[in-house]
Design a protein around this ligand. Structure first.
Ligand code: FES
Length: 106
């Protein structure tokens, strides 16, 4: 069961576990990780699951989808490693995946 580490804006780390096939967003919501509202429920239509993937992990998460790219385009000052948590499905290779929560979501 992959672990995901969320780093808050003040550096606080929250480690959760989630089943393979769940999204990073679902891992956060099911474990009450603050800063991930997921207003659209994972339909790639709200961007309230915005995360920034740590550099070492970014290649493991795969490319952004076209819809994801479009949604992220609405955000100001977009980080090059920005993703939508609902669009990253966990697999065993992602055990230890580490992501940061953007300051705008608190
Ligand atoms: S939950 Fe809405 S875009 Fe991810």
């Amino acid at each position: 069961m992959p672990r995901v580490i969320f780093i808050d804006t003040d550096g606080t780390e929250t480690e959760v576990q989630a089943d393979v096939g769940k999204s990073v967003m679902e891992a956060a919501v099911e474990n009450n990780v603050p800063g991930i509202d997921a207003d659209c429920g994972g339909m790639c239509a709200c961007a309230t699951c915005h995360i920034i993937v740590e550099e070492a992990w970014f290649p493991v998460t795969g490319p952004r989808t076209d819809n994801e790219e479009a949604m992220l385009g609405f955000l100001p000052d977009l980080n090059e490693r920005a993703r939508l948590g609902c669009q990253i499905k966990l697999n065993e290779e992602m055990d230890g995946l580490t992501v940061r929560l953007p300051i705008g979501q608190f």
